[in-house]
Write a protein that binds this ligand. Structure first.
Ligand SMILES: *Cc1c(COP(=O)(O)O)cnc(C)c1O
Length: 212
């Protein structure tokens, strides 16, 4: 099942678009099914869950973090991940920088753009992203965004257009290594690909519904 789901998505992904398997709330046995079908990039959204799963999975898995990260949880996450996709504030970015410098690491991150209408959602504004400077210990690899949670694909498309436009703008500023646009989830990833996604983050379409 999981292997079939994975393969049918991979068949439709253009080359150059990475599939990030969002494995939050799913058991390690499900992750292993995806791993055995060839999947190597997995994403988790909760620090404790990530820290529990990492030692149970093969060491060639690349882990991404995609949830809200509190600065007091950095040590549960940063040692294990190849990319933090969900850097949603300058405060968090500075804390990651301090950890990276103290641990002699370079941490790859995406900046999360505040998209959609939800007031409570975290994320950078466009102005903040356009004025960001280089930061010690941090390599800013691109942008991440979650479209408005709606069935209305016109609204989702407007969100994707906005983040794609900003992505192109920052790229034109010549930021080195800035080459990743992470948009698209189970309901909307084909649309995200038409708007320049280089990574899609898919959970439900691979693993089925999550049990909370
Ligand atoms: C859970 C989650 C996803 C995956 O959602 P699905 O609808 O299950 O594909 C993608 N991105 C983020 C940030 C998530 O938290």
């Amino acid at each position: 099942m999981i292997a079939d789901n994975l393969h049918s998505i991979l068949e439709k992904l253009p080359s150059g678009v990475q599939l990030v398997a969002v494995s939050k709330f799913h058991p390690v046995s499900s992750l292993m099914e995806a791993y055995n079908a060839g999947q190597r990039i997995f994403a988790e959204s909760r620090p404790q869950e990530l820290a529990l799963k990492v030692p149970q999975m093969p060491s060639d898995v690349q882990w991404h973090f995609i949830g809200h990260l509190q600065t007091n949880k950095l040590k549960l996450v940063l040692p294990y991940v190849s990319l933090v996709q969900s850097v949603d504030s300058l405060h968090l970015l500075q804390a990651i920088s301090a950890w990276a410098v103290a641990n002699n690491r370079i941490i790859d991150v995406l900046l999360e753009l505040h998209l959609g209408a939800e007031e409570t959602k975290q994320g950078f504004t466009e102005e903040e992203i356009l004025s960001i400077d280089s930061i010690p210990g941090i390599r800013i690899r691109g942008l991440m965004g979650m479209a408005t949670n709606t069935e209305d694909m016109a609204v989702v498309e407007r969100d994707f257009e906005r983040i794609e436009g900003l992505f192109r703008k920052v790229q034109a500023m010549g930021l080195p290594d800035f080459d990743q646009l992470s948009i698209g989830m189970s309901g909307d990833w084909p649309l995200a690909i038409r708007h320049g996604a280089t990574m899609v983050r898919i959970g439900t379409d691979i693993f089925g519904p999550r049990e909370y």
